[in-house]
Structure formats: structure tokens, C-alpha cells
Design a protein around this ligand. Sequence first.
Ligand SMILES: Cc1cc2nc3c(=O)[nH]c(=O)nc-3n(C[C@H](O)[C@H](O)[C@H](O)COP(=O)(O)OP(=O)(O)OC[C@H]3O[C@@H](n4cnc5c(N)ncnc54)[C@H](O)[C@@H]3O)c2cc1C
Length: 400
Amino acid sequence: MRILISGAGIAGPTLAWWLLHYGFTPTLVESAPALKTGGYVIDFWGAGFDVADRMGLLPEIRRRGYIVEEVRAVDDSGQRAAAVSAKGFVRMTGGRFVSLPRGELAAILFSSIEHRVETLFGDRIARIDPTSDDVQVRFEHASPRTFDLVIGADGLHSGVRRLVFGEDSRFEKYLGYKAAAFTVSGYQPREELVYLLYTQVGSQVARFSMRDDRTMFLFTFADPDPSLPAAIADQKSLLRDRFRNARWEVPRILAALDDCTELYFDRVSQIRMDGRPGLWTENRVSLLGDAASCVSLLAGQGSALAMVAAYLLAGELSQASGDYGLAFARYQERFAPFVRKKQQAALRFAGMFAPRSKLALYLRNRGMSLMNISWIADFAMRRDLVDKIDLPHYPARAFR
Ligand SMILES: Cc1cc2nc3c(=O)[nH]c(=O)nc-3n(C[C@H](O)[C@H](O)[C@H](O)COP(=O)(O)OP(=O)(O)OC[C@H]3O[C@@H](n4cnc5c(N)ncnc54)[C@H](O)[C@@H]3O)c2cc1C
């Protein structure tokens, strides 16, 4: 069975890995000219961590990751306003928790399939025509091809979703925030293994020092206007304008922004296709990861969830011996209720990134400090940190 996967981010390569494992023939198409590296730092734990374990990738993920020791909020002059030790996370996850740049996770996943899966970089699907026997696909650059299935794993602004399911506006729920991230070399000062937060009403700047003298910055800010500037120069201007009165190290960070050539800048949104008959599936086409059910950065778990979804989809395709209708239905039955709860939980964390008032900011900082008391941390985190989803052990028989 020939399966075209659009998007070589997190979900796409994970799906390709498991499809190969079961004897399918995946092909990846990625719009970027080369694999995207670096970017913002993600936390990685839960059921997605278990999937990475089953793929044998944990040693490499741990080697390239960081065990953050403290999340510290600072005030205008850089003094500690609140701090929470990461011990609670480590305890709750049994040490199965690591932080790493999203691009590093993507690179680890991609190198696990790199020489085994055909990948078309710098291209995208232009047209999808399913027939009763197969799917005819036209690309922007490559010649037309025929596949048995097409999976859209192409992120929040999925091209497959737009082509087959409809305009973004039907499914994207803008949460009222924007996020921007970039990495620079040689920034001072540094704090090793401390995730620093400078939060004001309606905005936050985070700084994290990484290996090789690199530092990652993440800006989040409330903005009722969902439109995004397209050019990087305009994105930088918007950030400079929005944070012009911020104190702490923000003027220095904005100066560092001048030289950056790679800036992540996007809306904080969720993808909700709940009410749609067929949910993420239409005929021989289905969606995966952020394309299907983006939980947003507020969940702090989108990559892990994308890997879980990929694992389930591949496993169900193998179990159903090619009955894709049955497999898509089972994949959705297993994953949709779980991810819906994650989306709801994410909304409760909005106040962490951009509190709406001085009182909310004060309470956020008090809450952080209270999380150092182990019974409070365990009580507060159990509901959201423990993934209640069954990851079946699908037999590794080759698909016939
Ligand atoms: C600031 C921030 C912080 C986050 N923090 C965390 C965290 O702490 N923990 C966590 O687990 N998750 C976190 N996430 C979420 C996580 O990054 C995403 O959920 C995850 O990357 C989703 O994986 P994906 O493969 O579905 O999509 P993506 O990783 O977005 O990959 C999609 C791929 O498709 C490609 N593409 C796009 N359009 C097309 C097209 N038309 N044709 C072909 N290819 C295309 C893109 O170039 C990309 O390579 C965070 C997200 C943000 C923005």
C-alpha cells in the first residue's frame, strides 16, 4: 500500500517509521527545502515519550535534550518573583520527561527513516482526486502520482486540510495570543537548566540557555487581531512595537532579534473539527497531528500527541489489513476523545503565558511557588500530566 504523507515535522516522520515497520510504502512531501531545525524548546513526556521509547529513540532524545531544574519568573530588574523546581514533574512522570528544541526532535525522527523513505523536499500537494481504487495526486513541482492513501501531517495551516476539508477558518479556533521564537548565539547572561520567564499583563518573554552558547527566546502576547504579518521584517516590527515598554533584558533581546534570520511567528490556535461528519477523514484522505487536532502551545504536549496519533493510525492500518475505512474509524475512536480533553485542559493554562490582569499575574506567581510543596504539586498535576490513553501493542506483522 502506497501512502503519501504531507509534512515532515513530528507526526509525518513518526507515521512513516511505523508504516515501514508494518510493511507499507510511505512517501513524504515537505514544503520546506530542507528539514527545519532549531526553533522553540518543547517539553516531551507522556504517551508520546512511550512511543519514542518503542521506536528506540530515547537514548538520542535524552542525549540532545535538557533536564530543566527550575522554572523561574523574574521581575523588571531580573530579581526572582517566583520559582518552581522541576522535581514535581520528574516525580510525576517517573523521570520520563525531557526538554529539547522541536527541530531536534524532528531531526531525530527524520534521521530514523531518512534513507528508507522517499522524501520530496521543497514541494507540496496541489490537487487530490480520490477515486474508488486510489488517489490521484498532483504536486506543485513533481509529476503526478497515484497513491492508495493520503495523510495530511502538515501542521496547523495544513494544505491537505484546505484542499480536501475546507478553509482554515472553518476549523481554526484562534485563542487570542500570538507566539514568536528565535535562537541566537553568544547571548549573555546565561543560566544553565533554568527556564526564565518575564511576565507582564498580557505578555511574556521566556529565555532558555542551550548548549554551544545558544539561547532560545519565546515571546507570547495577547492580541485580538488574528492576522499575521507575512514578511519577517514586519513580524520583527510588530514584536518591537509590542514589547517597546518592557523592562528586564527585553531591550537587549529585541536588539538580538535584529540579526536573526529564522523567526517562528504564528497564531496560538487550536484545530477543532469535532462537529464534522467523518471528523478528520474524507474517503482515502485523513489528517494527523496539528493538522487534525492542534492543541496549541498552551498544552505543552502537541509533539507528543502527534506521535501518539501517528502510532495509533499506523497500528490500526496494519490491524485492518488495508481496510482503510475501518482503520481510520478506529484511529479516530481511540484518539479523538483523548485529544479533545487535552484541548480543553490547554485552555486552562492561558493565564500562565499572558495573564489578563495584575491580580492574575500575582496569583500565577503564588501558584508557582505553591507547586514546590509536593502534595500540592501532585494534586494539581495528576489530572493533566498523566496521559490516560491505551497504547495497544500492535503485532509487527508485515501488511499483505
Ligand atoms: C511556541 C510553541 C511551544 C510548544 N511547546 C510544546 C511543548 O512544550 N511540548 C510539545 O509536545 N509540543 C509543543 N508545541 C506543539 C508542537 O510543536 C506541535 O504540536 C507539533 O510540532 C505538531 O507536529 P506536526 O508534525 O503535526 O506539525 P509540525 O511540527 O508543524 O510539522 C508540519 C510540517 O509540515 C510542513 N508543511 C506545512 N505545510 C505543508 C504543505 N502544504 N505541504 C507539505 N508540507 C507542509 C511544515 O514545513 C512542517 O515541516 C509547541 C508549539 C509552539 C508553537
